[in-house]
Design a protein around this ligand. Structure first.
Ligand code: SF4
Ligand code: SF4
Ligand code: SF4
Length: 247
């Protein structure tokens, strides 16, 4: 009998890009499979089982009946992991929360809108207890490996508690504020290696807010550069809109 912990992957509203990161592990995949036993993973296997210890949830809740399914999964899992920005923050799904929900539904489904229920999107922590988070859009495969390793050792996975700017400075990037762009790096949790600013783009906050973000200093930085808070909020709504609507 296998002593490997049984692990299940589930998707809610998402693009499934985070699950693909597991399939993309390539060099490490066989090692990972020697340590865990996947029992549910729609993208790579057809078997299904309700017998699992760890559930990785990808995607946000966007319909009332998603909550029922999520609670059922929670009841089977000793450990539940919010996997990727959609599950962790609500992510891009929450952009619809800034609009009238009936209008959104009609825009997407046209004259079949009544067939599809919907409600403001939310992260899974708004519905069930979450034991660990792997942030990012998509998740970083090294962070996935580190989280799996920590969970197998019975430890709580740790995330960096400093902002993206720290990694950006270490990478010796030219700050995008110098180009007149806004950037959420000062208030966003590090761990991605400041990948977006490293390629000349602004950080859009896909990893969520760092602990104790210094929002006033961030606003001061905008004022110094002649930029507005509205410009910043537009970026914030890409991944972190749930926080803005929920507060
Ligand atoms: S976090 Fe990004 S990559 Fe992952 S499922 Fe959501 S949209 Fe896709
Ligand atoms: S580009 Fe963004 S992440 Fe990099 S230093 Fe400037 S504000 Fe911070
Ligand atoms: S730089 Fe910002 S938006 Fe880009 S991956 Fe990192 S946290 Fe996400």
């Amino acid at each position: 009998m296998s002593m490997r912990p049984k692990v299940a992957f589930f998707d809610f509203a998402s693009c499934e890009g985070c699950q693909l990161q597991i399939a993309n592990l390539e060099d490490e995949l066989l090692d990972v499979l020697s340590l865990i036993e996947p029992v549910n993973f729609r993208e790579v296997m057809t078997e299904r089982s309700d017998d699992y210890a760890v559930a990785f949830i990808e995607g946000a809740c966007t319909r009332p009946h998603d909550e029922e399914r999520l609670k059922e999964i929670r009841s089977h899992a000793a450990i539940l992991v919010a996997y990727g920005a959609c599950a962790h923050l609500g992510g891009v799904n929450c952009m619809k929360n800034f609009f009238d929900q009936d209008q959104v539904r009609a825009y997407v489904y046209g004259d079949k809108a009544a067939w599809f229920d919907t409600y403001p999107a939310r992260p899974i922590s708004a519905v069930v207890k979450v034991d660990a988070v792997i942030p990012g859009c998509p998740v970083d495969k090294n962070e996935v490996l580190a989280t799996v390793k920590a969970l197998l050792m019975g430890k709580t996975p740790r995330l960096p508690d400093y902002p993206v700017c720290v990694e950006c400075k270490l990478a010796e990037n030219v700050c995008v504020f110098e180009k007149g762009l806004t950037c959420l790096g000062p208030v966003t949790r590090a761990g991605c290696g400041a990948v977006c600013p490293s390629f000349g783009n602004k950080c859009l906050g896909c990893r969520g807010l760092v602990d104790n973000p210094n929002l006033n200093a961030h606003k001061g930085l905008l004022q110094e550069r002649g930029l507005t808070v509205d410009q910043l909020l537009n970026s914030f709504r890409m991944f972190d809109g749930y926080l803005e609507v929920a507060k």
